[in-house]
Design a protein around this ligand. Structure first.
Ligand code: URA
Length: 204
């Protein structure tokens, strides 16, 4: 059993918060253990809870399309969520639930060690960058604590607001360039935008 599989076993049997009482299945995450890109969403919805797999509902279909638009499939990347169990009625996870799940996401990041973490939506963004607003940082590549992050709107946002569809596609279209930059291992400092109005650590 790999360390990631062992972690998944811990996740699916976890009883650290109240969500274990209402879940059908916990949703650890899936994809390549050596993925270069890790996508982090908010938490499972109805379909994910039913099947124990991330992003398999309507938002997931759009995520598949977004991945396809940059010539990737699910098996090239790793996909997971901030919380691993569905909050009832798809409400936002409460802080205790997020805190209970925190060690799991931290360990997933450590084990997969992705070159790039892509946050999907404001909830995931705020897990990493609590003070940031998605409208301001979407489409930007940043570094913090030795890791690189890229931010996009949640795919579900396009289901509610059709005009965001192209915005998300356009933001995804920049991911290959971001990866290329990171593969080349440019000294991060050299790429940081110098404008004082741009947050520290922002690469584009
Ligand atoms: N939305 C999420 O944030 N994650 C899922 O797995 C499904 C929908």
């Amino acid at each position: 059993m790999t360390e990631l599989e062992a972690l998944n076993t811990k996740i699916i049997t976890c009883e650290s918060c109240g969500l274990c009482k209402t879940r059908t299945n916990a949703v650890p995450g899936e994809g390549a253990e050596n993925a270069e890109i890790m996508f982090v969403g908010e938490g499972p919805g109805y379909h994910e809870d039913q099947q124990g797999r991330p992003f398999i509902g309507a938002a997931g279909k759009f995520l598949d399309e977004l991945l396809g638009s940059i010539n990737l499939t699910r098996s090239d990347v790793y996909i997971c969520n901030v919380v691993k169990c569905r909050p009832p009625s798809n409400r936002d996870p409460i802080p205790e639930e997020v805190d209970a799940c925190r060690p799991f996401l931290l360990r997933q990041i450590e084990l997969i060690d992705p070159r790039l973490i892509v946050t999907l939506g404001r909830f995931s963004l705020s897990w990493f960058f609590p003070r940031d607003s998605i409208g301001k940082v979407r489409g930007s590549l940043r570094q913090m604590g030795g890791r690189h992050y890229y931010h996009v709107y949640h795919p579900a946002a396009a289901l509610h607001n059709g005009s965001l569809r192209q915005v998300i596609l356009d933001d995804f279209a920049k991911i290959p360039l971001a990866l290329e930059k990171l593969r080349e291992s440019e000294p991060v400092e050299a790429a940081v935008a110098v404008s004082p109005s741009v947050e520290q650590g922002r690469l584009f």
